[in-house]
Design a protein around this ligand. Structure first.
Ligand SMILES: Cc1ncc(COP(=O)(O)O)c(C=O)c1O
Length: 446
């Protein structure tokens, strides 16, 4: 079974894709690129790795996964329990801004674990107060509610908008979202998403979401009624294949929502925390939304998410929102360590530089193999393959020790650690060059 680093929507075709019949050689790893890519702090725990059989069947089979068990990560690299090393440009689905198991996050977690884990969300704790203040100081928002996953943060944003409608807009509750959008896997966030594969699932849907088309302001305008309370979107649609909302569209949307008294919600679960070269994606368009959600990168690899709102939009009453682990000091300590690094101007500049380098390299690759455009911003980029060969490329790259993602059959998505090096970018592009040649030749023969 293979299917690594491919979105669920295309997992089934992957299982049956021909390339997988011969994939998964016994020895994986970046054999061709070895030595110079080992980080200096090469893990001595590699010796502790076991090769015991694994009880795969004990986990619910919710997606196609390769039968490889990862036991260690450091920066841009992962190791499996056969001591094979992988260069990782998926990074937990854009979760690790500082790479795998960064020392500063591990140290912050260890120190906090010894001091205080969970006093209860009914009491203040120092770490959540500090992190909320840091987020507020670095954004256009005034208040923060912490959550444990992106979907939960989005669920909170939807509730906040409905509360706003109930309090100030005569019960208006509809939220305009977008075709192709992805907001999570709870019932409400699946209903808010515009992902085709979700349409037949888990009926009946949560009502109250109407879908407009990205970068088409008229399609939004047409859906606005007296029932509308908000518009919600990702600044770049990641799962759909890295389709950016243009800065001009975001500006138009802000103007329109302001004019009509609607809330503008940005889902920055994938684009936030430096991923696009600014701390938050909305900054590129020089707009100030009313509500923002964060997840993925904010925890540096641990489950932390956040719902941010301006004073204008922040209208929960006691009892409306909460959760046992929300804002626990352990996760917030990790968030503080991450934000301290990622919010530095020199760090964000390095993301821009690395993004431009990756973009240039992908453009060269595309020209060499007759592929399509490069989309995205910073270190959230996609390569249009112009053919449905994403799964085959992902599988061949995996066999060569490189992890990349194919969110759509004709698209590769790149979301490396934000501190990725030039050498790591070159190694991935070199690997893809070889893989594209091989897959291209195989297609010509077939
Ligand atoms: C834009 C966006 N929103 C929401 C989510 C859901 O986040 P989580 O998987 O943490 O619930 C994701 C996850 O991929 C995402 O990319």
């Amino acid at each position: 079974m293979l299917g690594c680093a491919v979105s669920d929507a295309i997992a089934d075709p992957i299982k049956s894709a021909k390339v997988f019949e011969k994939a998964a050689p016994p020895k994986r790893g970046l054999l061709a690129f070895s030595a110079c890519f080992f980080p200096n702090d090469c893990p001595q725990e590699e010796n502790d790795m076991t090769n015991a059989p694994h009880p795969f069947d004990a986990l619910m089979d919710i997606t196609a996964r390769p039968e490889v068990v990862f036991v260690r990560g450091a920066g841009s690299y992962l190791w499996d329990d056969n001591r094979n090393r992988y260069l990782d440009f998926v990074q937990g689905w854009a979760v690790n801004p500082l790479g795998h198991s960064p020392v500063i996050v591990a140290d912050a977690l260890a120190a906090q674990a010894r001091r205080l884990l969970t006093p209860s969300p009914a009491f203040y704790n120092e770490q959540s107060l500090k992190l909320a203040k840091l987020l507020v100081d670095n954004s256009c928002f005034d208040q923060v509610f912490f959550a444990n996953s992106g979907a939960e943060a989005n669920e909170g944003a939807i509730k906040l908008a409905r509360k706003f409608g109930a309090k100030y807009k005569g019960g208006a509750h509809e939220i305009i979202t977008f075709e192709g959008g992805f907001h999570g896997r709870t019932l409400a966030t699946m209903s808010a998403s515009g992902k085709k594969a979700f349409e037949p699932l888990f009926e009946p849907k949560v009502s109250g979401f109407r879908k407009a088309r990205l970068n088409d302001i008229e399609s939004v305008r047409k859906l606005i009624s007296s029932s509308t309370v908000a518009v919600m979107l990702e600044p770049i649609q990641g799962e759909a294949g890295v389709w950016p909302a243009t800065d001009a569209f975001l500006k138009e949307l802000r103007a329109l929502t302001q004019q009509r008294g609607l809330l503008l919600i940005v889902d920055e679960i994938q684009t936030g925390i430096g991923r696009t070269g600014k701390l938050f994606g909305y900054e590129h368009a020089e707009i100030a939304p009313d509500i923002m959600t964060l997840g993925k990168g904010i925890g540096g690899g641990v489950p932390l998410a956040a719902l941010l709102a301006t004073d204008h939009a922040s209208c929960f009453d006691h009892g409306d929102q909460g959760g046992t682990f929300n804002g626990n000091p352990l996760m917030c300590a990790a968030g503080l360590a991450v934000l301290d690094q990622v919010s530095r101007p020199e760090f964000l500049k390095s993301v821009v530089d690395a993004g431009l380098l990756l973009e240039r390299e992908l453009q060269r690759l595309s020209a060499r193999h007759g592929l399509g455009e490069i989309r995205g911003r910073g270190l959230l980029l996609a390569l249009d393959l112009k053919m449905p060969i994403g799964a085959a490329i992902v599988a061949e790259a995996f066999a060569a020790g490189v992890l990349i993602n194919s969110p759509q059959p004709d698209t590769l998505r790149f979301m490396p650690a934000l501190n990725v090096t030039r050498e790591e970018i070159s190694a991935v592009v070199d690997c893809l060059d070889t893989v594209l040649t091989k897959v291209g030749a195989a297609r010509r023969v077939a």
